[in-house]
Design a protein around this ligand. Structure first.
Ligand SMILES: Cc1cc2nc3c(=O)[nH]c(=O)nc-3n(C[C@H](O)[C@H](O)[C@H](O)COP(=O)(O)OP(=O)(O)OC[C@H]3O[C@@H](n4cnc5c(N)ncnc54)[C@H](O)[C@@H]3O)c2cc1C
Length: 425
């Protein structure tokens, strides 16, 4: 440990990002307390499509978004639903998001995400083996499918970006797809299989498995909602105190702290004077009972329908695209119901398992890159959040990067694109 003064760490937020961060810090020799207001891994990290991606390099705010904007705003895409009132309320954030739709940003973001995803997938595989949960890991890629030649043609720029950063993929036509993925009905003209991408059949079980590694090695998990965070003087010089909400307010202390509270991180950082341009993209899922025919071998993304069909331990999981509305507005199941109806056109499934859909909040910065690094104005405070659509995929690499920074050693990747200082915070 280069910085001997830091021995104990608090990690705030027990989603996949916080859990990986707690585990990586512990592996580096720190005594770590992980704080979550509920059971770890039960917010956004619970209900995703389970894709462990090394190929999700094209951020949403690329040049193609501007072209697609009229159709999106007219509500003609199931992949995006939005509340006009919310968009008006957050207009500044929306405009900053759109301002990043440049070829330069798109390509720079792809390089940064690729490096983080490749590092993360390798670490996932090691931790999965160590945790003895190889049964959760699915090789065989992840697939995007297109209902027409025209929509496939519209994907050419993303494939060129994949070529540029070294993502491997295979393109299939209708007949080849029938053989590769016989569980799909013949409604697709083209498919792209990202050969090296993996997946898990139960994201919550993955978080639980990593948490079990952490607690078995002496890590502490604290259930409590952090309601205050302040710097204190302690035996090491400077430390941190996190106050938990509730009767008789308890306080936890550490030499350093990592903020990894997903879509809630900006609020906590705001108490310390940081103004982070963090938004959220809500998303839903529903499980259906598998039918008796062939099952899908991997998660499949219907690019025209804007949904994913992912085979899971709980059933066939349909996940929706993006809903832009208040973070805590009541769920609206219209988008996921439409997604399920379209998914039935593609894959045979029986009844829905739950009556109410699950809903999560993808934490997204205006440039679609996570923030991974030290807080600019506070010693011993690190940010690790904003992993948008690929937080399950990128959590381990982000954890290794933060751990190296806490340690004072060279991070295992170029962290410049992820610095908080890229914004005036
Ligand atoms: C429909 C959908 C599909 C997706 N599919 C994929 C996919 O296939 N692959 C992929 O890589 N990613 C996917 N994602 C994205 C991924 O799920 C997220 O990027 C990731 O879960 C974010 O993890 P997190 O740990 O940052 O946040 P979260 O999982 O939301 O965790 C944040 C935690 O912070 C805690 N917290 C908040 N405030 C406080 C507080 N004050 N005190 C204490 N604790 C607090 C919360 O309780 C929560 O547990 C998908 C997302 C959605 C919605």
């Amino acid at each position: 440990m280069a910085d001997r003064k830091i021995q104990t760490m608090l990690v705030i937020g027990g989603g996949i990002v916080g859990v990986c961060n707690a585990l990586a810090l512990q592996r580096a020799g720190y005594r770590v307390s992980l704080i979550d207001r509920g059971t770890p891994g039960r917010e956004t990290s619970y209900g995703n499509a389970g894709v462990l991606s090394e190929s999700s390099v094209a951020v949403l705010n690329g040049p193609g978004l501007l072209k697609a904007l009229p159709k999106l705003l007219l509500g003609r895409s199931n992949g995006l639903r939005y509340s006009p009132l919310f968009v008006m309320k957050r207009l500044g954030w929306m405009l900053r998001f759109l301002a990043h739709c440049t070829p330069r940003h798109w390509r720079a973001a792809a390089r940064a995400l690729r490096e983080l995803q490749v590092l993360s997938l390798a670490q996932h595989k090691d931790w999965i083996a160590e945790a003895g949960v190889q049964d959760l890991l699915r090789h065989g890629g992840w697939m995007k499918v297109f209902r027409s030649e025209a929509s496939f043609a519209g994907y050419a720029a993303e494939l060129a970006l994949c070529d540029e950063v070294g993502v491997r993929y295979t393109v299939f036509d209708r007949e080849q797809l029938r053989q590769v993925e016989p569980g799909l009905k013949p409604i697709y003209e083209k498919a792209v299989l990202f050969d090296d991408t993996c997946g898990v059949s139960n994201p919550a079980a993955l978080t639980d498995a990593y948490l079990a590694l952490f607690t078995a090695a002496g890590g502490t998990v604290v259930e409590g909602s952090v309601a205050g965070l302040r710097q204190i003087g302690n035996a090491q010089g400077v430390g941190w105190a996190a106050t938990l909400a509730g009767d008789g307010e308890s306080t936890l202390e550490g030499d350093g702290v990592v903020l990894a509270a997903g879509a809630w991180t900006a609020e906590i950082a705001g108490w310390l004077g940081y103004d982070l341009p963090l938004g959220w993209e809500r998303g839903y899922h529903l499980h259906l009972v598998p039918a008796d025919g062939p099952q899908l071998k991997r998660a499949v993304n219907d690019m025209d329908g804007g949904f994913v069909i992912a085979p899971m331990q709980q059933g066939v999981r349909i996940t929706s695209g993006v809903e832009l509305t208040d973070r805590d507005a009541p769920p609206d199941d219209a988008q996921i119901r439409a997604s399920v109806a379209m998914a039935r056109e593609a894959h045979d499934m029986k009844a829905e398992i739950e009556t109410e859909p699950w809903m999560g909040r993808r934490p997204t910065m205006v440039d679609s890159l996570p923030v991974i690094g030290p807080a600019p104005r506070h010693r011993g405070l690190w940010f690790n959040f904003g992993h948008q659509h690929v937080g399950l995929s990128m959590a381990p690499g982000s954890a290794l990067a933060i751990t190296a920074m806490v340690d004072g050693t060279a991070p295992p990747l170029d962290t410049t694109p992820f610095r908080a200082e890229r914004f005036s915070v």
